[in-house]
Write a protein that binds this ligand. Structure first.
Ligand code: DWN
Length: 393
């Protein structure tokens, strides 16, 4: 059998569908199941949601919303310019321009199917194609602009269903000696941290290096370097080159990381069966924490109405009986309600003094948040998290 289901997380909404009312009509739900592909070792959702339902002109997430990401992209842009001295760069999934804006002195082009986001980069004078990444689009871009020295894509390739077409399209737009850099959450870190909220409608896949290596076997592409990042709960930055390009050698560190994945059973179904048990245990333990606090009639707020947290809220059945409201810094989320769980989201203006507990929806920015919330912590405020295990901090 090549596809094995190992976890059923129940009914889930579209994570980008921040609601205008707590009693919406006909909210869309799908069944969130996780699948192990025994031939490629890829981990995917059981059933994909239509891209047009998820990526539209009401897309809420802004990459610039966190200081951590603003700084990370600035630092990376500087490093790319210094090391590779590119004359052209293409970003697939350019969001609000947080990364591509740093390349104004060279040819910089974005691809962004969410039209409201594409408008932002167009206004920054960055040529942006407001289309989904396909072979057809890649041919058009290459014809109109030539091929690129660098193609970069963070938190986007894992969102595209057809990976064969995706990699073929990258080959079309990449120069002979060009580099494709992908950044996506790491499957190994997801398993280690039991961060099952990395799985939701948009994340069709959570990649291991093992699976990526297997997926590109038939392409003229190979991985030559990998960097481990702390961002988004632990990500892999993966560098690809054309097989015909002998300019870059394959770094030993990539081979070491592959061995490490094997040691941690990334290629075995038993690893995912264990993960599934841990997720079920995590739900029980998290609910116990919420129930205990709510017995004492304390207010619990949510900190960061992330897409990720939608998986936790809907899987664990956390609604406004457990979380009174969310605070978030993203203007497009203010006055809305979380999808499925229908908890109000308010503009962040600091944590109110009557709040003692805050559930960390944005646990991936824990360091940034703890620094910002020193006062809250000083006055005895506590954070609740489910990563790597449910606990009060
Ligand atoms: O891959 C994806 C990632 C990169 O972005 C997308 N599929 C969708 C989105 O997922 P997410 O919502 O889980 O991403 P973040 O970046 O973890 O979202 C952080 C949220 O928390 C933002 O809405 C901003 C908010 N926030 C806040 O209110 N106060 C964040 C910080 C750091 C804060 O101090």
């Amino acid at each position: 059998m090549s596809k094995i289901e190992f976890l059923n997380l129940g009914k889930h909404p579209i994570t980008n569908n921040y609601l205008s009312s707590s009693t919406p009509k006909n909210e869309f739900f799908y069944n969130l199941k996780l699948i192990y592909h025994s031939n490629t070792k890829l981990i995917s959702l059981g059933k994909f949601v239509s891209p047009k339902k998820m990526f539209n002109n009401k897309y809420a997430h802004r990459a610039s919303a966190s200081k951590t990401m603003r700084l990370a992209y600035k630092k990376l842009a500087k490093a790319i310019l210094k090391k590779y001295k590119p004359s052209s760069i293409l970003e697939i999934g350019s969001n609000d321009g947080c990364f591509i804006q740093h390349f104004k002195k060279i040819k910089n082009i974005g691809v962004e199917p969410c039209k409201n986001l594409a408008e932002i980069t167009k206004k920054m004078n960055i040529k942006t194609y407001d289309k989904f990444w396909t072979k057809k689009l890649a041919k058009k871009i290459a014809k109109e602009n030539g091929e690129f020295d660098i193609i970069y894509s963070a938190n986007t390739i894992s969102h595209i269903h057809n990976l064969r077409e995706t990699f073929n399209a990258i080959e079309i737009c990449l120069k002979k000696n060009g580099i494709f850099i992908l950044e996506d959450p790491s499957l190994l870190e997801t398993i280690k941290k039991n961060s099952y909220d990395q799985f939701y409608d948009e994340h069709s896949y959570v990649f291991s290096l093992t699976a990526l290596k297997n997926l590109i076997k038939k392409n003229n592409l190979e991985i030559f370097k990998v960097e481990k990042l702390k961002t988004h709960g632990g990500s892999n930055r993966v560098f690809f080159k054309k097989k015909t390009n002998k300019k870059f050698k394959i770094y030993n560190i990539f081979i070491k990381y592959l061995i490490d994945e094997k040691k941690n059973g990334i290629d075995k179904i038993s690893t995912y069966k264990k993960f599934s048990k841990n997720v079920k245990r995590s739900k029980k333990e998290l609910l116990k924490i919420f129930e205990k606090i709510k017995k004492n009639k304390e207010i619990i707020i949510g900190y960061g109405a992330t897409y990720k947290s939608s998986t936790v809220l809907n899987y664990c059945g956390l609604k406004s009986n457990f979380i009174d409201y969310f605070l978030d810094t993203t203007p497009t989320k203010f006055g809305k309600f979380t999808p499925g769980s229908r908890i109000p989201i308010y503009k962040y203006k600091g944590i109110p003094r009557n709040v003692k507990y805050a559930y960390l929806g944005a646990w991936n920015f824990k360091d940034e948040i703890f620094k910002k919330e020193r006062e809250f912590l000083k006055r005895g405020g506590k954070f609740i998290t489910h990563v790597p295990r449910p606990r009060i901090i």
